[in-house]
Design a protein around this ligand. Sequence first.
Ligand code: 13P
Length: 252
Amino acid sequence: MEERRPLIAGNWKMHGLHREGVALAAAVAEKAASHHGHLHLDLLVCPPATLLREISETLAESVIAVGGQDCHALESGAHTGDVSAAMLKDAGCSHVIVGHSERRADHGENSDQVRAKATAAHACGLTVVICIGETREQRDRGEAMDIVGSQLAGSLPDGANAENTVIAYEPVWAIGTGLVATVADVAEVHAGVRAGLAKALSDSDAMRILYGGSVKPGNAAELMELKDVDGALVGGASLKAEDFWAIAETCL
Ligand code: 13P
């Protein structure tokens, strides 16, 4: 099997005004450039929608890809406040996150809607990062594997392959809390996701599965060395170029 190339992605969430956002992107680009093309990993930043075009321009000469944090399932229309996949593409994005637990919780999104968004993103040539993960209550009830399995099966669009789709396992209770799933728990869920992918796809072995939830420079190395962990989706620590880079360095 060909080795999967790690992906380190930063989800800035609702953080970043113009000046600090551009400075952050430029600082990460400088770190990446210092490696002179010897990077054996992919890098992605997902700033808020207001900054996408400007940051795409800031990163035009860099290896760092730019992604949106969500998209609507339709191409255009009367959907106040929403952004379509075509608009993300037009703003310079190559990727989009769909199904983040904050969208599932704050906006009541279910896996059917996530799948529709992923389908729309694929139609525009965007790579999707599909997020899945259980709540604390679901884990305590012993349902983590079932929840993750059903979110995966429900969210994966037809035509998903290792080129156009990345999976991110983010246990909801580990997001922004400083609590990280144990290495054993992460290994178990990622192996389950890999098995779920094998049922659905022909090139499942090549698809990347990221871990997200309180990933920091201090815990990244032990997570990244797990067999089925192919990178990280980083929230808080992606807002500091030093920390984001230190996490990326664990994959170099
Ligand atoms: P934190 O790294 O802040 O826990 O956020 C993780 C996340 O939700 C990334 O999408």
